[in-house]
Design a protein around this ligand. Structure first.
Ligand code: EPU
Length: 418
């Protein structure tokens, strides 16, 4: 097993390159099933969730060649209902197999998926969309099974804004007869990236990035070469790490617009943020002010930056409030952060962070999920003393070479086997 060991207290300085977005790469990689052709996907992050996705696709019959961040996939010989339960159950993103299999083969069978555990993760909105397209769906027995004689364009009004349901129903409707209209769709940049990829393969999708998405069914898709967008959450994590350590970091390969809600909060705290064309500079010399923040679907402040925000606010002066507005149990990591001496109260979906209450010190911590682990890394970098983080596979699910990138910014951090 591996752990991350940090001797904290060094301000981060220098330049870091951001990798491709996990939450765009997964739908695009599963989306290649629809093309039944060869696709070349570039800027794919080197993370465990991508390793798992490619393994699942291979087990289903795809031919995969990977050269660092470039992945060539040929899904011609893929068969539906063949994904191994023990693999798909490890990752939430594998729900996208349902939409992709249903779209191409009009039948799907996929094990109930896992992923980060922060509350109930229902799929009722995915099922609602599949049924509206004409599919019969059965979610009993640990699998989701769906089939249809014919998929027909329809209107789906989501009761809850869901990234996963939006992706899945787009995938399922690409070949449906007529036009499918998704109302109250998620607007995240990764939804736009998926639509751009599918359109590059010959699909007819408009409105991605707004809450109304129209998919006109087409007969067939072809392969293409496509590059994944930069990861806004990885970029945000480095921005917060720079601020927490009182550093000065240039973060390259970003789309600054995607980071608006994150940059705005940093500016409100008194941190210097400068947007360049495809880079962002974050610098802090003075104290940080306390703020309040509530997570919301895009373009609101992202839930996937919530734990990192809590960690950062431990270094601001005064009381801050963080309200989780997306998931119902995403504060499990607070217990671990408290080991540093951090004074954080949690009641339901609200955390009150009493910043500057005491000098914080390094501590052993257990990463309970991907972004929680990132928050612990930020904490470890910013406090004096030694921090050891275990269960780091949760972090490596979604951060590409995080230890190496932080070392490049001068951090005393290493991965140690034990
Ligand atoms: N929801 C429903 N019914 C559904 C689907 C979702 O009620 O059918 C609810 C959920 O319970 C939750 C909310 O809707 O309260 C949002 O869930 P969503 O479906 O948007 O989440 P997801 O697709 O399962 C993706 C990301 C998560 C990220 C959320 C929200 C991927 C693979 N995962 O999950 O990312 O937190 O969107 O932005 O894209 C992460 O990267 O660390 C991560 C957990």
């Amino acid at each position: 097993m591996d752990k991350i060991v940090i001797n904290g207290g060094t301000p981060l300085t220098g330049t870091v390159e951001i990798s491709g977005a996990k939450n765009a790469a997964l739908p695009v990689l599963f989306g290649t099933i629809l093309t039944a052709d060869r696709c070349v996907i570039e800027n794919v992050p080197e993370i465990l969730d991508v390793d798992l996705t490619l393994e699942i696709l291979e087990k289903m019959g795809a031919k995969v060649r990977r050269d660092h961040t470039t992945v060539e996939i040929d899904t011609r010989d893929i068969l539906p209902c063949r994904s191994p339960y023990e693999l798909v159950s490890r990752m939430r993103g594998s729900t996208y197999l349902i939409g992709a299999e249903l779209g191409r083969f009009k039948q799907a069978k996929v094990g109930m998926t896992g992923g980060c555990n922060f509350g109930i993760r229902p799929i009722d909105q995915h099922v609602k969309g599949f049924k509206a397209l004409g599919a019969t769906v059965d979610t009993r027995g640990g699998y989701v099974e769906a089939f249809a004689d014919e998929l027909v364009g329809c209107e789906v009004y989501f009761d809850k804004v869901s990234v996963g349901a939006t992706v899945n129903v787009i995938l399922a409707s690409v070949f449906a007869k007529g036009t499918t209209v998704l109302e109250s769709a998620a607007r995240e940049p990764h939804i736009v990236d998926l639509a751009n990829f599918l359109n590059a393969c010959g699909a007819n999708i408009t409105g991605a990035g707004t809450d109304t998405i129209k998919i006109k069914g087409v007969e067939k898709l072809h392969g293409c070469t496509y590059a994944i967008i930069p990861d806004m959450i990885e970029a945000g994590t480095f921005m917060f790490a720079a601020a927490a350590t009182g550093g000065n970091v240039k973060i390259n390969n970003v789309i600054p617009k995607h980071l608006d809600s994150i940059s705005a909060k940093l500016s409100e705290m008194g941190v210097y943020v400068e947007e360049l064309d495809d880079a962002i500079i974050v610098r802090r010399d003075g104290d940080m002010k306390n703020i309040n923040v509530k997570t919301r679907p895009y373009p609101g402040f992202p839930t996937d930056m919530q734990p990192q925000m809590t960690a950062l606010l431990c270094f601001a002066k005064g009381d801050s409030k963080v309200i989780e507005g997306v998931w119902d149990n995403r504060f499990r990591y607070v217990e671990e952060l408290r080991k540093t001496g951090a004074y954080i109260d949690v009641a339901g979906e609200t955390a009150i962070i009493h910043g500057g209450a005491a000098e914080l010190v390094g501590a052993p911590m257990r990463s309970v999920d991907l972004r929680a682990g990132a928050a612990m890394v930020i904490m470890g970098l910013a406090v004096n003393g030694r921090t050891e983080i275990v269960d780091i596979h949760t972090i490596e699910r979604g951060y590409d070479n995080i230890v190496k990138k932080l070392r490049g910014l001068g951090a005393d951090i290493r991965k140690v086997s034990f």
